[in-house]
Design a protein around this ligand. Structure first.
Ligand SMILES: [Zn+2]
Length: 149
């Protein structure tokens, strides 16, 4: 049997003879990625499934009211990353045509607009790819004192 590359990890594997179109290897991370991709596709294509998931999530959130508050408290890095990514999602959403005008649309993350002349590129930033779907890269930008030069 011919080896094929896994869609998630890229390692070559031999697909199961019973599942000739297998695109993901048996690595637990890759199985999770496969399931997530399946769910994303189903959410996109089947409105009933999406509605069921949303209702289920709401029910769960009602039963666990402090979960996300606690999650954000325990994971400030992830919270910060999500905040940055939400800015990008809002920006992308605002660029899509045939949608409600910007004033009608709820903006989830709202940050104060900084004036270009006050922008000081020192601190922690995420480099966000705008075309390829890859993870954001966290970088720290330090100011080098002029006395060292
Ligand atoms: Zn894999």
């Amino acid at each position: 049997m011919e080896e094929v590359p896994c869609c998630h990890c890229g390692n070559f594997f031999v697909p199961s003879p019973r599942h000739k179109n297998q695109n993901y290897c048996m690595n637990p991370d890759c199985r999770r990625a496969k399931k997530a991709a399946w769910k994303r596709d189903k959410m996109r294509t089947e409105p009933d499934f999406k509605l069921d998931q949303q209702l289920s999530n709401k029910k769960w959130a009602k039963a666990n009211p402090d979960y996300w508050k606690e999650y954000r408290r325990k994971n400030p890095e992830k919270t910060d990353r999500n905040r940055q990514l939400q800015i990008v999602r809002n920006r992308r959403r605002s660029k899509k045509p045939n949608r409600a005008s910007a004033s009608d649309r709820p903006v989830i993350a709202k940050v104060g607009a900084s004036k270009p002349n006050k922008f000081k590129p020192v601190g922690q930033y995420y480099l966000l790819p705008m075309i390829a779907k890859v993870d954001a890269l966290k970088v720290r930008i330090y100011e080098i004192s002029t006395s060292y030069q």
